[in-house]
Design a protein around this ligand. Structure first.
Ligand code: ADP
Length: 686
């Protein structure tokens, strides 16, 4: 049995007062009494309480604390503790209080204690507090760490909440948080509004398991421009921006909602790095279609104001030279006419020249008006259903005379187009392409080359990204001039120097047209080697294919005539040339195959093939052409010219792969009709 307990039992038998004194002295819990006055002198303290303070005896305790309650409490906690005690006592029925505070031990270390006190009044002593005290450091430490965890959770929650608030304030239609470092979602996509959602999010599981990069790859499929979308959301790129302190990244793109309407979306990525080095992003998307429309309206009014300036100042100062040149010519030739009033040949020549100069003046004026009209924002798009083949045919027809005048080899590559029926402003498109092609011919040497290549790169959500590339191998453009190339009235060298007439307005018109159509234009060039203009447009694809060829034009079409009989060949060539065709001739089937194989794809619009020819007849030549490796060359339309009109002959023509059969001698009206039908049929098929 414990010695002190034995003592206690003995004492208790002698005097209950002594018993309790010893009991208190020896009990395992800390206990002390102090006066409830200003000094708070400690009247009694037991061993366990002394141990809590790391003191052996009362002397040591007094040295440490001054022997008062206020000396026991850590100075930083004292005010709080005293206030709490007096408040509790004042409000407690049983005069009880409970406080927690820090104390300092004899060796200087800090401990947490809990203190149950009671206020009492003793007759012979006065007002006192008696207190049970225990060392609760371990429990408090745990509680502290729990609190810290809770606190940091709270901080996170409040940070997230503030992000959400941002997203809502920002008017986001949806947003999500990404742990970019781990490539994971923190929160899945959240819609802040019940709006028509965009296709890309409908079928995606965006739970914790989904990798962000996988999600982006997947959702890119629903984008009009997936490459750009993937580039923006590239994880490493965003992390790099965050490292560089560029914490806000935004990107605008066109999307199509589930009703097929074109919308302008803005994505904003707010980047941040946590203490442990993880980079996260809050990504928000906003539908800024109407905002964009408003902005356009504002820009329009601004442009209207600026347009007056352009018209007045630039027009007058820059145009005077280009207007003066044809005007001087007109006046000069008018004088010459007067001088040669009796010489009809001279008069004819001069009036022709006056006409040319007059046309030039008109052109300059028209272009200037077009620029002013566009700059003033009056121009509006008139989008209609259209077939790209029709557009290209019209463009070709318009530019062929100029190409031919300089013997330029002009070719149109439409082989990359997969969707031909689109919505667009046909007139504007034609104007834009013709201007680029005119320049390609104008700033080219004789027998140069001009290519128009139409590409369709991506196709999604009912839209296609089309590129129209106009390339030439002409004089090229210097780097220095390139910077000003789209400015109105800017020309690399003036008419007098280069001998090429112009106003410097063509490309300004082109740029304005492309802007109006919501597209992009870029120019690349090397002096002496040539230039390339690339127009990129996003066009809405028509679901139903509209028939092309409503207005296929024959003028300027290039054909290969394969005819062995020299006289027949000469007559056919003359007739066809008269009709506006560009004709190239060969003397037999063998040469016909060679000519098609050697020419660039699409160079010949069609072949007129005689049947009876030496070495290789028309049927064999057709089969050889159809067997060429290059698909476009192999598919060139071929029309048989045959002296035989028997049904068998016609059948043979079809079997060998020809498109139609025309009988000799040539009836131009019939031949033209057949050519038109064949070309129309072909354009619908392509
Ligand atoms: P213009 O042809 O009436 O001068 P543009 O605006 O069409 O006006 O062209 C501006 C200038 O850009 C031209 O004067 C010429 O110097 C240069 N340029 C345009 N297209 C080409 C091209 N295909 N090759 C070389 N230079 C070009």
């Amino acid at each position: 049995m414990h010695d002190s307990f034995k003592d206690l039992l003995k004492i208790s038998a002698e005097s209950s007062d002594d018993f309790f004194r010893r009991l208190v002295e020896e009990m395992p819990g800390g206990f002390f009494i102090y006066r409830a006055d200003g000094k708070e002198e400690v009247l009694r303290i037991n061993k366990a309480a002394l141990r809590i303070f790391g003191c052996e005896n009362m002397e040591e305790f007094k040295r440490l604390t001054g022997g008062t309650f206020r000396g026991m409490v850590h100075p930083d906690d004292l005010e709080r503790v005293e206030n709490s005690i007096s408040y509790q006592i004042a409000n407690s029925v049983n005069n009880l209080d409970y406080v927690e505070y820090r104390i300092r031990q004899a060796d200087g270390s800090t401990r947490w204690v809990t203190d149950y006190g009671r206020f009492a009044h003793l007759e012979n002593v006065g007002d006192i507090y008696y207190v049970f005290i225990s060392d609760d450091t371990e429990r408090m430490k745990k509680r502290m760490s729990d609190l810290e965890t809770i606190n940091s959770e709270l901080v996170k929650i409040s940070a997230r909440e503030s992000q959400y608030r941002k997203a809502i304030l920002y008017d986001a239609i949806f947003f999500f948080e990404i742990d970019l470092t781990r490539d994971r979602f923190i929160t899945a996509i959240t819609h802040t509004e019940d709006v028509h959602t965009f296709d890309m999010f409908d079928s995606v599981n965006t739970g914790e398991e989904t990798k962000f990069s996988d999600f982006i790859d997947f959702s890119a499929k629903g984008q009009i421009d997936p490459d750009e979308y993937i580039r923006f959301f590239d994880r490493e790129r965003l992390i790099r921006f965050c490292e560089e302190g560029q914490l806000e990244q935004s990107y605008e793109c066109q999307a199509s909602d589930n009703l097929g309407r074109r919308r302008l979306l803005q994505y904003v990525a707010l980047l941040g790095k946590s203490a442990d080095g993880k980079v996260s992003a809050l990504i928000m998307a906003k539908d800024i279609t109407s905002q964009d429309e408003k902005q356009k309206l504002l820009q329009m009014s601004l442009r209207q104001a600026q347009a007056a300036n352009i018209a007045k100042t630039t027009f007058l100062s820059n145009m005077s030279h280009d207007v003066k040149t044809p005007l001087n010519a007109i006046l000069g030739f008018a004088d010459l006419i007067k001088l040669h009033i009796d010489d009809s040949a001279a008069i004819e020549e001069y009036t022709d020249k006056i006409k040319i100069s007059g046309k030039q003046l008109l052109n300059i004026l028209n272009e200037a008006l077009e620029v002013t009209r566009m700059e003033s924002g009056k121009a509006m798009l008139a989008e209609t259903e259209c077939h790209l083949i029709d557009l290209l045919a019209e463009v070709e027809k318009a530019v062929i005379p100029e190409m031919n005048a300089k013997s330029i080899r002009f070719n149109v590559d439409k082989s990359q187009i997969t969707h031909f029926s689109v919505y667009m402003d046909v007139l504007r498109m034609k104007e834009m392409l013709c201007q680029l092609l005119d320049n390609a011919a104008k700033y080219n040497r004789n027998s140069g080359k001009v290519h128009l290549t139409v590409g369709e790169e991506v196709h999604s959500c009912g839209y296609g990204k089309y590129t129209f590339i106009v390339e030439d191998n002409g004089c090229g453009i210097s780097d220095e001039f390139m910077e000003r190339i789209f400015e109105p009235f800017s020309r690399e060298s003036n008419t007098t120097k280069s001998g090429v007439p112009g106003s410097g307005l063509g490309l300004a018109v082109v740029k304005n047209l492309v802007d109006l159509m919501g597209g992009k234009i870029t120019a690349e060039s090397k002096v002496g080697e040539g230039s390339r203009f690339t127009v990129t447009l996003v066009l809405k694809i028509l679901e139903k294919n509209i028939p092309a060829g409503r207005e296929i034009t024959l003028e300027g079409k290039r054909l290969l005539l394969a005819e062995d009989n020299a006289i027949n060949c000469e007559i056919a060539e003359a007739l066809l040339t008269e009709e506006g065709f560009t004709v190239e001739t060969v003397g037999d089937g063998d040469q016909a195959v060679e000519a098609v194989r050697k020419a660039e794809a699409g160079y010949f619009d069609f072949v007129l093939m005689d049947i009876q020819m030496p070495r290789m007849n028309g049927y064999e030549a057709t089969m050889a052409i159809r067997a060429l490796k290059d698909r476009e060359r192999a598919n060139v339309p071929i029309i048989a010219l045959s002296a035989n009109t028997y049904a068998e002959d016609q059948k043979m023509s079809v079997q060998s792969g020809m498109d139609a059969h025309v009988s000799k001698p040539l009836d131009m009206t019939k031949l033209k009709e057949t050519i038109k039908t064949v070309l129309e049929r072909r354009s619908v098929q392509s």
